[in-house]
Design a protein. Structure first.
Length: 132
């Protein structure tokens, strides 16, 4: 039982109200079924993501894969990433190192050095077990 899915965020540890011998973290929010999914510390890391609602700044459009750095959380450093175009104006991002708390609905920003290449809205986090 929880107070409502909108009151939680991916990566959250405190305020879950669950007694467990190991720390638990919010790893997914299932709005359709009003579920907060929890897991261990390693479960909050994602190998990649799918993003849409893209806004390209340094290029007209992404027509072929590119290597960039990507930032998924305001207070975090960007990490190396491979970005490839998908049908429907979306992109698939694969991180060189898994990133913590990749959250659907939040932004991802792509950089080439100090230049903002573009960005979009995260639609789905990709974890190893969900990788295609």
């Amino acid at each position: 039982h929880h107070e409502g899915v909108p009151l939680y965020t991916i990566g959250q540890r405190k305020g879950l109200g669950i007694a467990h011998p190991e720390p638990l973290y919010v790893v997914d929010l299932d709005m359709a079924h009003n579920r907060v999914v929890v897991g261990g510390a390693g479960d909050v890391f994602s190998d990649g993501l799918i993003a849409g609602d893209l806004n390209w700044i340094a290029i007209d459009a992404l027509e072929e894969p590119i290597e960039v750095t990507a930032k998924v959380r305001y207070g975090r450093r960007e990490g190396r990433a491979h970005v490839e175009p998908l049908a429907g104006g979306k992109v698939r991002v694969h991180f060189a190192e898994p990133q913590r708390a990749v959250t659907p609905g939040q932004s991802v920003v792509f950089y080439a050095g100090d230049t903002v290449v573009g960005g979009g809205i995260i639609e789905k986090a990709i974890r190893k077990e969900a990788a295609e």
